[in-house]
Ligand binder design. Structure first.
Ligand SMILES: [Zn+2]
Length: 363
């Protein structure tokens, strides 16, 4: 089916064709017949938001549309007074003749694929997604479509995630061993999505779990949406036992690394980082931590293949990550594939290795 719209267009915005339901504009992805944007990176009038990570949910739009479960996080991050309309999964609305519905993306709480239907054409914009069910958000569902717009954050054959139960067993064993030796276990993780997934997945019977204040509003949004998370304490809570802190599991955002906040856990705590990038050689060393746990909220290489095949799409547009590799692979399968230039993938959600290297503290 390849008709020339193949790897020659990698990395650039493909030339839109008549009838395209999504085009790349300088301010973001745009649906011409619907007159709205999706995850725009500059302020626009009407924007559908796939999920609350800061590279997809930007400030300054006049009207927001997102899944009901995204509301708490969006209001916490963008302002309580944003003009926000919410939809349940599968609920259909019509915007200027385009039927719009949201479907689970399995990435973080409220994350959605956006299905667009107009004059017999069906397109799906998937935002970020992962195919393994993690217990904290509605699992990914393949949505049949003619054109599928996909991420490719981990779109290289080296990225293959172990089942998350195996990763959590490793985290539990590390925490348990540290606690036995009277050491706190400080686990750095992204504040929205990863932290709550870890909270949900670890064995809370091992000991006390401490969360950094930056995680609290996000944990609260998950709890409000009905996601079971174990009890946690803050170091500023009254009556926190200092001896317990020294055997606790501490969840903190990457920005807390090297700050005085960590002093209360003593000088001999063990630290670790949880990210898909930990599969990359040298990533743990660049982060200057004792352990790296490979845990991602994005699809791995087999997950991307399965998700794309599951849609039955004949044309695939790749937005961010390893765009050329995925485009070439899909083209070789006989699909029509090309890239869109976007500004995704560079904020608080799994920053790519270049950003990671730049952020890493000096050795
Ligand atoms: Zn994301």
């Amino acid at each position: 089916m390849a008709d020339g719209h193949t790897s020659s267009q990698v990395g650039s915005s493909a030339v839109p064709r008549p009838g395209d339901l999504v085009v790349a504009r300088p301010e973001g992805l745009y649906c011409p017949p619907g007159g709205f944007h999706i995850d725009a990176w500059r302020p626009v009038d009407r924007c559908i938001i796939t999920h609350g990570h800061s590279d997809h949910a930007r400030m300054g739009h006049n009207h927001y549309l997102a899944h009901t479960d995204s509301a708490g996080v969006l209001r916490a991050r963008l302002g309580a007074d944003i003009a926000l309309q919410t939809l349940a999964y599968g609920e259909k609305i019509e915007l200027n003749g385009v039927k719009v519905s949201l479907h689970p993306a399995g990435h973080v709480l409220g994350s959605s694929q956006v299905r667009l239907e107009h004059q017999g054409r069906v397109w799906v914009v998937s935002g970020d997604y992962k195919t393994e069910y993690d217990g904290t958000c509605t699992p990914f569902e393949p949505v049949p479509c003619q054109v599928f717009i996909t991420e490719s954050t981990f779109g290289l054959p080296i990225y293959r995630w172990a089942p998350q139960a195996q990763t959590f067993a490793e985290v539990n064993a590390w925490w348990h061993a540290n606690a036995q030796e009277g050491r706190a276990s400080v686990l750095f993780c992204y504040a929205f999505g990863k932290a709550q997934r870890i909270l949900h997945g670890v064995d809370a019977s091992v000991g006390t779990i401490v969360v950094h204040g930056a995680l609290e509003p996000l944990d609260a949004a998950y709890r409000a949406a009905g996601v079971a998370l174990p009890d946690t304490v803050r170091v500023t809570d009254e009556g926190v036992d200092a001896a317990l802190l020294k055997r606790s599991l501490v969840l903190a955002p990457p920005s807390a690394q090297g700050t005085p906040w960590l002093r209360r856990f003593g000088s001999n705590y063990s630290d670790a980082f949880a990210s898909g990038w930990m599969q990359l050689r040298g990533a743990r060393r660049r982060r200057a931590v004792d352990r790296g746990f490979v845990l991602s909220d994005h699809a791995d290489w087999p997950g991307l293949q399965a998700a794309i095949a599951g849609t039955g799409a004949e044309r695939v547009i790749v937005t961010h990550g390893s765009v050329p590799v995925l485009v070439r692979w899909l083209s070789e399968l006989g699909l029509e594939a090309h890239g869109f230039h976007t500004e995704y993938g560079e904020q608080d959600d799994e920053p790519p290795p270049t950003a990671e290297a730049a952020e890493a503290p000096a050795p």
